[in-house]
Design a protein around this ligand. Structure first.
Ligand code: GLA
Length: 375
């Protein structure tokens, strides 16, 4: 009996002495049910600094991202909905993974290896963001749940059938989200195919580093000396033009609102910025593509990527008709997107980097969002 008591006493003392190390955590809950009865789950990733990222299986969507300002006050910095019905009813790709081909394909058609493929024209005369039911509108399957001491996350899988939305080949896609202890949200994309097909996967988060209101005061720097101008339907003309001396010059950084209402015809087409910037690449490695500072809160977002381009979109089509999280009506230019990508319409543009994935090859790209604050 005495021995037992001694053992118990020692165990109690030992347990008191081992300091409990804070660990990042991941929690899975239900986010609702789709009309066909399928369950949508939400994963809340949280690091020990309190940064939190929520991801739902529907659209592999990032629904919330809470980060500190310079005084440590936390704010959700992405637009979205509180409920699944919000995402089903009115969703201009808030936080979704977009595919099979992000952005536009002219006239909803492209020719590959001599065969012409017809896609949905779901944006005026063009195909946009994978079609009527793109990857943002499917319920992804949960793969692995990752819980390490320095990062938490999950993999989401989707198999896009041969012919789905008009695209050739069965495409097996895996997206991995990881939230690290050093405040990075890593998005890894992988895909394989059994027939040649264009693939362009992106994360379509709408950011507002102030947590709400206009984004015009955010300060943006883009590592892009060139951009791809568009026609009136937002299809690239095929030219790759220098940004120097134009409203597209963000090389040295400027407020988003500084020149957005200039009468440059390029800005009139999309009602603001909605353009692909050609990143100044020196290698295929991860590079810093964009830095955004919101001066009031001091929040800084960096976007690093392995992709060749980035779509800078200033939420011009938001018009107050969508009510999102916390009953907030999302007005024009209250969120901006920095969608890392292959250039829009590249399947029809021979001088753009090719986004064609062939059997036996692996599509592998990475985008990293870094959160920090200005002192
Ligand atoms: C992308 C496009 C925009 C718009 C948004 C979604 O950023 O380039 O033109 O379609 O997605 O509303």
């Amino acid at each position: 009996m005495r021995t037992y008591l001694v053992i118990i006493a020692l165990a109690v003392i030992a347990s008191c002495q081992i300091p409990e190390l804070p660990m990042p955590m991941i929690e899975r809950t239900s986010f609702g049910t789709l009309p066909d009865g399928e369950e949508v789950d939400r994963f809340q990733l949280r690091n020990t600094a309190g940064v939190e990222a929520s991801i739902i299986t529907y659209g592999a969507t990032l629904t919330a991202l809470t980060v500190p300002d310079r005084d440590g006050f936390m704010e959700d910095i992405v637009l979205g909905h509180d409920t699944l019905s919000g995402y089903l009813e009115a969703n201009p790709y808030f936080g979704s993974i977009v595919g099979r081909y992000a952005n536009r394909i002219a006239g909803g058609s492209f020719t590959l290896d001599g065969e012409t493929h017809t896609l949905a024209r779901n944006n005026g005369p063009n195909h946009l963001h994978g079609g009527v039911r793109g990857f943002d509108k499917v319920n992804w399957e949960v793969g692995e749940v990752i819980e390490d001491t320095n990062q938490v996350g999950l993999t989401l899988n989707y198999v896009s059938a041969d012919g789905e939305e008009g695209y050739p080949g069965t495409l097996t896609v895996r997206v991995t989200y990881l939230l690290t202890e050093d405040n990075r949200l890593i998005v890894d994309y992988e895909a394989i195919t059994d027939k040649a097909t264009p693939v362009n996967l992106t994360q379509h988060a709408y950011f507002n580093l102030a947590g709400g209101g206009s984004i015009m005061g955010h300060h943006l720097t883009l590592a892009a000396s060139h951009y791809t101008p568009v026609d009136s339907t937002l299809i690239p003309t095929g030219e790759i033009l220098p940004v120097e001396g134009t409203v597209f010059d963000f090389l040295g950084g400027k407020r988003i609102g500084d020149q957005i209402d200039h009468d440059d015809p390029q800005l009139l087409y999309g009602g603001g910025y909605d353009h692909n910037f050609v990143l100044n690449r020196v290698s295929r490695d991860l590079m810093l593509a964009a830095t955004v500072l919101e001066p009031e809160s001091g929040r800084i977002l960096e976007v690093h990527t392995t992709k060749p381009g980035i779509q800078f979109y200033t939420g011009n089509f938001l018009d107050g008709s969508i009510t999102g999280k916390k009953e907030v009506r999302y007005g024009r230019r209250t969120g901006f997107c920095l969608e890392t990508q292959y250039y829009p319409d590249s399947p029809n543009q021979t001088n753009f980097p090719s986004a064609i994935l062939r059997p036996g090859k692996v599509y592998q790209t990475q985008t990293v969002f870094v959160f920090r604050t200005q002192e």
